[in-house]
Design a protein. Sequence first.
Length: 107
Amino acid sequence: MSDELIADRSNYGDPVENHRRIAKMWSAWLGHEIQPHQVACMMVLVKLSRMVGDRSHQDNYDDAISYLEIAEKIVSDDIEKVLTTLEKKASAYSFSGGSIGVRGVKG
C-alpha cells in the first residue's frame, strides 16, 4: 500500500534523495546536523500532530506510514553502503599464518 503512496507522490523526485536535500537544508538552518532518516521521522510527527485536529483524515495515516518506510529505506541503504565499503576494504587484506598482509604490496 505505501509503495503506491510513495510512487503517487513521486512528483517531488526520489524520496530518499528528497530527504537528503531536506536534511542538508534543515542542518544549515538549525546549525547542527540532521540525518535524512530523522527528516522522515520528524515528518511522521507532523502527521501525528495533524491527527489531533482531524483523526478521520486518512491521508495523515497514509503519509505517516510512508514516511516511516522512507526512514527505513534510508537506514537500510546506508547500512548496505557501509557493509559494501567494509567488504571492499577487507578484500584488500590477506590473512594467512597468523599475519596480515596487504594484497599487491610486498613487504
